[in-house]
Design a protein around this ligand. Structure first.
Ligand code: HEM
Length: 363
């Protein structure tokens, strides 16, 4: 290792390996019957917690870049790089499940009972990541009647709940979108051009459904009903009052301005000015998706290990985790944007003057 000042940095000391490698204490050994696989179980969990620490480090750095009222383009790019690193870490954490699955259910049973009532459910860093991203209590599926934080030690509960009510990455991104100048079209009526394109697309779909000879009259009616619902959703996005009604019912989370800005970034992502904002929105969707993938993989591993047994933390085990995987998401609005995308060929062409006003600073 390099020489800093007079002190020779020594690899083993720099990484504090004495401490790091001395903190694997097997409960089965303490009970006098060492279960070989408990070492793997501890090391995999510890590796997760180390990665969670790095994820929090990157999340905080990305969030800080959005704290100012004026976010320079280079800062958006820097935030994207922090978030892309999180995506790569998530991929590793998903793969790590394969290593743990080399432990068979019978091997797990050799030490499982020593762990009760501890559970990954009590991972403080995992909850901090969720909360810093922007998961609200109402976005969570609880097990039993108590809040997720009720199973944490008092000092941990305090930290996690403090973050729960502080400004999250979701809040920061929604505010930033809300402030973007992408919606300033001067005299150009973008939304009526967009509505025209949408109507044309949906009319075309209606014709295709009505003329589909493989469908029964009932099936045609059902599909046309579905199309009518889609049409209403499009109307809601172009009409703020309708959108706000849906938002009040919990269908959307960000403001109408923020949502339509996200839609425009997606529609006009080929404009050079929107490349970086588009990458930002994509990477947030990647993070949410990777979280879900991890949850599904973890739930399947739990099914394999426990079958229908309950978890050491007291939940219904696989059944609870599978439902959480379907349910808990943060950037739902950004997934929903896809509903309102139309084919490239139908996207209204922006007048030259409008494109020119898309400045290089997002204030
Ligand atoms: C043999 C391996 C594992 C089994 C059988 C298992 C089992 C479970 C069960 C049953 C739950 C639900 C709560 C409960 O009743 O305990 C849970 C939750 C959880 N586990 Fe695991 N787990 C395993 C490995 C891991 C690993 C390696 C991690 C990585 C940190 C982890 C992190 C979590 C987290 C974060 C939750 C809370 C999920 C949520 O509520 O959204 N688990 N686990």
């Amino acid at each position: 290792m390099s020489d800093s000042g007079n002190r020779q940095v020594y690899y083993h000391d720099y990484l504090q390996l004495d401490r790091l490698l001395d903190c694997q204490e097997l409960e089965s050994t303490k009970a006098g019957r060492t279960a070989h696989d408990e070492m793997l179980f501890i090391i995999v969990h510890q590796a997760y917690e180390i990665w969670f620490k790095q994820v929090l480090w990157e999340l905080d750095a990305a969030a800080r870049l959005f704290d100012s009222d004026v976010v320079e383009e280079r800062d958006v790019g820097r935030a994207v790089r922090h978030l892309e690193r999180i995506v790569e870490i998530q991929r590793v954490t998903i793969q790590q499940i394969d290593i743990l699955e080399t432990m068979t259910p019978l091997d797990f049973l050799d030490f499982r009972d020593f762990l009760i009532p501890a559970s990954g459910f009590q991972s403080v860093q995992f909850r901090l990541i969720e909360n810093k991203l922007g998961m609200r209590p109402e976005d969570r599926l609880n097990f039993g009647s108590s809040k997720y934080s009720a199973r944490l030690r008092q000092d941990h509960r305090k930290v996690v709940e403090e973050v729960e009510v502080s400004t999250s990455l979701f809040d920061r991104i929604a505010l930033w979108l809300d402030r973007t100048p992408f919606l300033r079209f001067g005299n150009y009526d973008f939304w009526s051009a967009y509505r025209g394109a949408v109507d044309e697309m949906l009319d075309h779909d209606a014709e295709a459904i009505s003329g589909n000879s493989t469908l029964s009259p009932e099936q045609i009616e059902r599909q046309l009903d579905g199309l009518a619902t889609t049409r209403k959703q499009f109307e809601a996005v172009t009409r703020e009052s309708d959108y706000e009604k849906l938002r009040a019912e919990g269908h959307f989370r960000m403001s109408h301005r923020a949502f339509t800005a996200a839609l425009l970034v997606n529609l006009y992502r080929d404009e050079p000015i929107l490349h970086v904002p588009f990458r930002l929105l994509q990477v947030l969707v990647d993070i949410d998706e990777n979280f879900s993938t991890w949850r599904y993989r973890h739930a399947l591993m739990v099914l394999r290990m426990l079958g229908a047994k309950i978890g050491t933390g007291g939940s219904s085990g696989h059944d609870y985790l599978r439902r959480v995987a379907d349910h808990n998401k943060v950037f739902r609005d950004l997934f929903r944007v896809s509903t309102f995308l139309i084919p490239r060929s139908a996207i209204p062409v922006l007048p030259e003057g409008v494109r020119a006003t898309m400045g290089f600073r997002y204030s």
